[in-house]
Design a protein around this ligand. Structure first.
Ligand code: TXE
Length: 492
């Protein structure tokens, strides 16, 4: 691995202090916490640990920046230009940002540099265009000639953005880009497991001309910094991506000042291979749909339903794909999947691998590292039932269950039999089956003959316990703006 052609891309880790009001600062009590390289388990940095006092400082800075107007009152075209420039800076720094993501999260460097970073940049490019297009409407109310009524779209205010560790930079961009486009000011709290790219994002925002205090970045733990941000009386809105359990805690914490909330939570997404599917494409796509990013993806297609007529072929194909995946250090160019993100998460996924062995049959994988890095081999379970825990619960690792089905109504019912509703996949050559399934599946995104396609212009979010609201697309601006109705009397 040390001779790998990409190992030279491991970057130096720069300043790891908090970013508040445009300055890098220590936490109020001087506390720091360790972050680790999940490929080795070794500590790579000490990062300033934000706590409630630091969150309060950051919220005050964001409030000042909001009220005093350098951002909200900036000409929309200038705001757009700064956000666009931030996208450009991400692209210019993709080597460093991709390398930091690999060091911190473990994902393969080539995927981080050529996938995560350009995707994040794309969010800033796309959202910059909305800064000049937040239009209201004129409304013909029931009193002709007496009133002129219209709406305005205004920034919500200070927004708290809480992001997880699986796509640290990309999910930060999902939230920061529309928040800024709408004129809000931000306190961003990255995951304590992967804080490095969010801090660099904050530096680059300043370099792009986004004024101090508009984007503050406060790493810290969920129970402390995260809880303080969600309970803070001067935060107008919180957008969160993470587990459903934490989403519930955030809903409760937000009741104090009735914060607006966007929640993008867990998933247990079905990926359905119909009897008439192009099997080569379906097998490759479904394997990628679960194993990409080590299966640490909220949209991962972790329940594969294969029509009984193609079931054996699908099991053989996905198992072969699993066995063919190189698992290793993300800085090794041949690794398609890296280690899981942390010791704790590794322990969770390992326990599900052990459980699946009891609940079903291992068709591929089933092994994991027990020391050193947090590796788990891509694992395929068969002979499980719809009630098996590995089929019902979010594992968030490279672990998939494959189940046979006989007819379309049955598979729709089984696919929808989950508390989640984030995404779903369908593989079929029939246009009518494609449309029928797309309509019947209770999920925020349905991919047909593809899986895991994301774009800044495509809304993404969940039905049921997978969340509230949407990320991306023009629709997300609704969540970052207030609509003000203005009614002016113009006649009797
Ligand atoms: O998530 P948490 P964890 C799922 C996945 C994973 C499980 C646990 O199944 O195994 O969640 O992961 C912050 N108030 N997903 O424990 O706790 C925390 O600091 C405010 C799915 O890492 O949800 C981090 O920044 N904030 C998911 C963020 O919430 C709090 C992605 C996510 O952490 C908080 C990640 C609190 N009380 C995990 N507690 C997806 N939907 O993509 C924690 N946080």
């Amino acid at each position: 691995m040390t001779n790998s052609p990409v190992s030279e891309h491991a970057p130096k880790i720069g300043d790891t202090r908090l970013l508040i009001d445009g300055e890098r600062v220590d936490s109020a009590d001087g506390a720091t916490f360790a972050v680790y390289n999940p490929a080795t388990g070794e500590e790579i940095a000490q990062v300033a640990e934000g706590k409630s006092e630091d969150i309060d400082r950051a919220v005050k800075a964001a409030r000042r920046a909001f009220e005093s107007g350098p951002w909200r009152d900036m000409k929309p075209k200038d705001r757009a230009a700064a956000i666009w420039r931030l996208g450009e800076l991400l692209v210019e720094n993709k080597e460093e940002l991709g390398g930091l993501e690999t060091l911190d999260n473990g994902k393969p460097f080539l995927q981080a540099r050529d996938g995560d970073v350009p995707t994040a940049a794309g969010l800033f490019h796309y959202m910059s265009g909305w800064a000049t297009k937040l239009e209201g409407t004129t409304i013909p109310i029931s009193f002709p000639g007496q009133f002129h009524t219209f709406t305005r779209r205004e920034a919500v205010g200070v927004v708290g953005l809480i992001v997880p560790w699986n796509f640290p930079l990309t999910i930060s961009a999902w939230k920061v880009a529309p928040a800024l486009a709408a004129g809000n000011t931000v306190v961003l709290k990255p995951s304590e497991v992967t804080p490095l790219t969010a801090l660099r994002l904050g530096d680059l925002a300043l370099e792009a001309g986004i004024p101090p205090g508009v984007l503050n970045v406060v790493p810290g733990f969920g129970a402390d910094a995260g809880a303080a941000l969600t309970a803070h009386p001067d935060v107008d809105k919180v957008s969160f991506t993470g587990s459903t359990a934490t989403g519930r805690a955030i809903m409760q914490a937000a009741t104090g000042n009735i914060k607006k909330l966007t929640l993008e939570l867990g998933g247990k997404s079905p990926d359905i291979i119909m009897g008439d599917a192009n099997l080569e494409a379906a097998i490759a796509g479904a394997a990628d749909g679960i194993f990409y990013n080590q299966g640490e993806a909220c949209a991962a297609g972790s329940r594969i339903y294969a029509h009984r007529s193609v079931y054996d072929e699908v099991v053989a194909g996905i198992s072969a794909a699993a066995n063919g995946i190189n698992v290793g250090d993300g800085f090794d160019a041949s690794s398609f999947i890296g280690p899981l993100v942390s010791k704790e998460h590794h322990a969770k996924v390992r326990s599900y691998v052990d459980l699946g062995r009891e609940e079903g049959t291992v068709a591929a994988g089933g092994e994991y590292a027990t020391d050193g890095g947090y590796f788990v081999n891509p694992t395929v379970f068969t002979d499980v039932t719809d009630q098996s825990r590995v089929v019902r619960e979010e594992i968030f690792g490279p672990v998939v269950s494959i189940m046979p089905f006989d007819d379309t109504d049955e598979v729709i019912r089984r696919a929808n039999d989950t508390r989640y509703g984030l995404s779903a996949g369908v593989w079929t050559e029939s246009i009518s089956t494609a449309h029928r399934m797309a309509e019947a599946l209770r999920a925020g995104t349905v991919w047909v003959n593809c899986y895991g396609v994301f774009d800044a212009a495509m809304p993404f979010g969940g039905y049921k316990e997978s969340g509230w609201g949407r990320e991306m697309g023009g629709i997300v601006l609704n969540d970052y703006t207030e609509t003000k109705t203005v009614c002016i009397k113009i006649g009797d």
